[in-house]
Design a protein around this ligand. Structure first.
Ligand code: B12
Ligand code: SF4
Length: 468
């Protein structure tokens, strides 16, 4: 009976207990029965991943919103400096989100809560991918998104009959996802450390299928999207909440452009709203000038593009079918013509990389004036086909170092020493004062300049040993 009672029905723009079928009285009673502590752990990486301004964790906010329909929620984001209590006696359930880079910290918190007899739930990419490992540190692991398994999970928490793993037989349509309630995150006294960009989600999944990415493993190659009205309502809600039209949204989508008609209509509507936005996008749609024009007109000021490599063999080996080397320059030009800056991701350490790869990348970045280049070392994440392929050659399984800035294995055409030496030099060259001027001259004076300035200071201190 309980399971039916708490079935999720639809979506409402605000936190609203009508999303459950039960009469209000029962819901109120249920709400007071269990207290949840939700934790976003900080990683122990030595790199700048979790320091300074951090983005609001939409994943945990969505978990909190759903949990908050039935239970009391306390929300802690360790990256803000908020502290997880040592004594968990005020809580019944400790639920922790984890990626690989903060898994060891998530496990530490989980172990401590288990010792105190609490129900511990682990969710997020890493526990999903390595559920057997995660199971050692919790009562239950949630595989993938909470929305698709919430009915069963909530009922078991209420009844005290937890199962070791919750994995949905099928993914729910995104229309059934509740509108995220940001007050959980914003109520922290340290909330000013959050980026002012508001995370928003329109689509989920990515059909490209790169072998180093966890998305195809967790969600398959399917691509789901929310009804446009839900996304636009959410944007209007935030405009009202902050009291201005020009709100900046950051799409958390894996790859926002895969349904062209949906994507174009979304952009047309955003143009009317007068918002600003940035997103991850794959480049295969951007070689058409009209798409870049529409993106610019709709308020896009930055797109994050995984160029990954300038080596066609590497692109082929990682199954990055969406990247065509011949289009790289065209895509960049189309975006620049429309005032859109590019956060370009480049990875090194692939087997096909040689010392020449660094020069090629440098030349591409400088010639095309990429505003915000980001360099990483290829990292086989657990659960991906790439991890299985590289496992015998991976140097360590220290999750604290799975932040894409640590040396994972020796590539076949270069020594590890040469890889790191060149990796550091490339970053220092690209972020030298003169190089920044060459890439950024004439571009709007905004946070991208500040990011370059910060990178200039940061890269000066870099040493190859830092990546070991
Ligand atoms: C947007 C994004 C970012 C953004 C915002 C990150 C943020 N603060 O949330 C930015 C650009 C800042 C970013 C940075 C990084 N990212 Co990123 N990012 C993503 C992306 C594309 C979407 C994440 C997202 O918000 N999705 C929308 C939310 C709603 O969905 P969700 O995260 O899946 O959450 C649901 C479920 O997981 C579940 N769930 C999650 N937590 C919990 C907890 C409990 C208790 C329960 C029950 C359920 C549950 O329910 C949630 C709601 O539906 C993912 C790919 C992906 N699909 O996961 C990569 C991804 C998470 N990123 C990745 C990486 C490597 C990074 C960086 C290390 C890169 C870098 N070197 O800078 C940093 C790390 C930042 C950090 N401190 O965590 C990897 C992580 C791989 C791994 N195994 O850990 C991913 C998976 C991409 C990949 N390569 O496969 N990222
Ligand atoms: S294009 Fe991006 S999101 Fe899609 S599979 Fe490749 S890395 Fe993952």
């Amino acid at each position: 009976m309980l399971k039916d009672d708490i079935e999720i029905q639809g979506v409402t723009p605000q936190r609203n207990f009508d999303i459950v079928k039960s009469p209000k009285k029962i819901i109120e009673k249920q709400k007071n029965r269990k207290k949840w502590l939700l934790v976003q752990p900080i990683s122990n990486t030595s790199m700048m991943v979790d320091s300074g301004t951090v983005s609001m964790p939409l994943n945990l906010i969505m978990v909190a919103t759903l949990v908050g329909t039935l239970f009391d929620v306390t929300f802690i984001d360790e990256r803000l400096g908020d502290k997880v209590p040592e004594d968990f006696s005020g809580f019944d359930v400790i639920a922790i989100t984890s990626r690989t880079l903060n898994a060891s910290q998530a496990y530490r918190i989980g172990d401590s809560a288990l010792r105190q007899g609490k129900t511990v739930i682990l969710g997020g990419v890493h526990p999903t991918m390595l559920h057997d490992e995660a199971a050692l540190h919790c009562t239950s692991v949630v595989y993938g998104e909470i929305e698709s398994i919430w009915t069963e999970l909530a009922a078991d928490v209420l009844e005290g009959t937890m199962q070791p793993i919750y994995r949905a037989k099928e993914l729910k349509p995104m229309g059934s996802m509740i509108h995220p309630d940001f007050s959980y995150a914003l109520s922290s006294k340290n909330a000013k450390k959050y980026s002012s960009r508001i995370p928003v989600l329109a689509t989920k999944g990515c059909p490209v299928g790169c072998n180093f990415c966890t998305t195809p493993t967790i969600y398959g190659k399917n691509y789901r999207y929310r009804e446009l009205d839900l996304v636009l309502d959410e944007m209007r809600y935030h405009q009202q909440r902050v009291g201005k039209k020009r709100v900046h949204f950051s799409f958390m989508d894996d790859n926002i452009s895969f349904r062209p008609q949906y994507f174009f209509t979304l952009l047309e509507e955003m143009a009317k709203l007068g918002v600003h936005w940035n997103a991850n996008i794959s480049m295969n749609f951007l070689d058409k000038p009209e798409v870049a024009e529409l993106a610019g007109r709709s308020g896009c000021d930055l797109l994050s593009i995984g160029f990954e490599s300038l080596n066609p063999e590497t692109l082929k080996s990682v199954h990055k079918g969406s990247n065509r080397l011949g289009s790289y320059e065209k895509v960049v030009n189309n975006l620049h013509k429309n005032g859109i800056a590019i956060q370009g991701y480049f990875m090194f350490g692939f087997d096909n990389d040689t010392e020449e790869s660094f020069q090629l990348t440098y030349d591409f970045i400088m010639k095309n004036r990429i505003e915000f280049p980001v360099f990483s070392l290829v990292t086989p994440f657990p659960g991906t086909p790439y991890f299985d392929e590289m496992k015998p050659r991976i140097r360590h399984f220290d999750w604290d170092k799975y932040d894409t800035y640590h040396y994972m294995f020796e590539p076949s055409k270069m020594t590890g020493e040469k890889l790191l030496e060149n990796f550091v030099r490339l970053q220092q060259e690209v972020y030298k004062g003169r190089a920044i001027m060459q890439r950024m001259k004439g571009k709007p004076l905004n946070w991208v300049w500040l990011a370059n300035y910060a990178m200039n200071r940061f890269t000066k201190t870099l040493k190859p040993e830092a990546f070991l």
